[in-house]
Design a protein. Structure first.
Length: 322
């Protein structure tokens, strides 16, 4: 029986179309993700093809050190993770002054995190140490950007695959800091997610847990195989997350992506951190496999049609060993 389900805290509705349910094999990729022709600007040896690194993490005899490329000097090499300004930024540094009642200067920060020197080493295949380091870099950059004047929201996200918006195949994430708080974030602020987490961990939508982090498919999931990952204890943003919980969340995300890759044959996906700098909000990660498109009905109504009940999606994911 098909159902109309309402999101936990918002007025957004979803049709769970159980009568037209699809199996994981129905979403299998027909072609692998291919690299673009020509040299990759994110690969080692091509550092001069990008803007200078703002935070470059390099292994050394005394452990990992963080530096920045210096003006007039060759770029740093031998790095493990490299953060650079986006060559084509959506927002640019500057004052977010108001031009009119409905117009602000698009001021902010737009960075790219080059996650690894290896061209095809996606997070779902990273070692424990590698994914923990990536989350440390996420946390470091959020903390640094939050100190920039005028920043009110930090969007930290990852696009994987052309269908999900990735223009380069080399593993990378992005950060866009804004002088506004988007409506989609404001409507989630002030909500207590702890009862939801506790209930979902006992439900058929539970996927996995690791230490201080838990993953489940949301009750009113707009997209097939969408997964939410929460630290058990509330924190507003990644900056406030303790190291232990941060590591657990990193490992759980890696394992979740590995499950999705095995079940759906390496699908394109997006993941994004839902967080807040100042208002109460239980920071979490949402993973959206890109398995279809939003067509006329979705665009007209804002109501998505999900052909895979989240309970079935969770069951399939639980059965996969990451």
């Amino acid at each position: 029986m098909n159902q109309l389900r309402r999101d936990y805290f918002t007025d957004r509705w979803v049709i769970i179309a159980a009568d037209r349910a699809r199996r994981p094999t129905d979403f299998a990729r027909r072609q692998p993700i291919e690299a673009a022709a020509g040299p990759c600007s994110f690969c080692p040896g091509n550092e001069r093809m990008t803007p200078p690194g703002k935070a470059v993490y390099c292994p050394g005899p005394d452990g990992l050190r963080q530096e920045a490329d210096r003006e007039g000097q060759p770029p740093l090499t031998g790095w493990a993770v490299r953060t650079i300004p986006n060559l084509y930024p959506a927002v640019k540094p500057g004052e977010p002054c108001q031009l009119s009642e409905h117009v602000l200067v698009a001021a902010g920060v737009h960075e790219v995190i080059v996650e690894t020197p290896e061209h095809r080493h996606q997070p779902q295949r990273m070692s424990d140490a590698e994914i923990k380091l990536l989350f440390r870099v996420y946390q470091d950059r959020c903390a640094a950007i939050a100190r920039e004047p005028g920043v009110r929201y930090i969007s930290l996200f990852r696009n994987y695959g052309k269908e999900a918006g990735a223009s380069l195949a080399h593993p990378h994430s992005q950060i866009i800091a804004l002088p506004i708080v988007p409506h989609a974030i404001r409507e989630q602020q002030g909500r207590d997610y702890r009862p939801v987490i506790a209930a979902e961990e006992r439900s058929g939508r539970f996927v996995a847990a690791r230490g201080q982090a838990v993953a489940f498919t949301p009750f009113a999931s707009p997209f097939p195989y969408e997964v939410w990952l929460f630290p058990r204890e509330p924190c507003r943003n990644l900056i406030e997350l303790g190291e232990g919980a941060r590591d657990d969340l990193a490992l759980l995300l890696r394992d979740t992506l590995a499950r999705l890759a095995k079940l759906l044959e390496d699908p394109p996906y997006n993941y994004a951190f839902v967080q807040s700098l100042h208002e109460p909000l239980h920071m979490h990660i949402r993973v959206y496999p890109k398995l279809g498109i939003e067509a006329g009905f979705e665009l007209n109504t804002g109501v998505n049609i999900n052909s895979v009940p989240p309970e079935e999606a969770a069951k399939s994911l639980r059965e996969i060993r990451p």
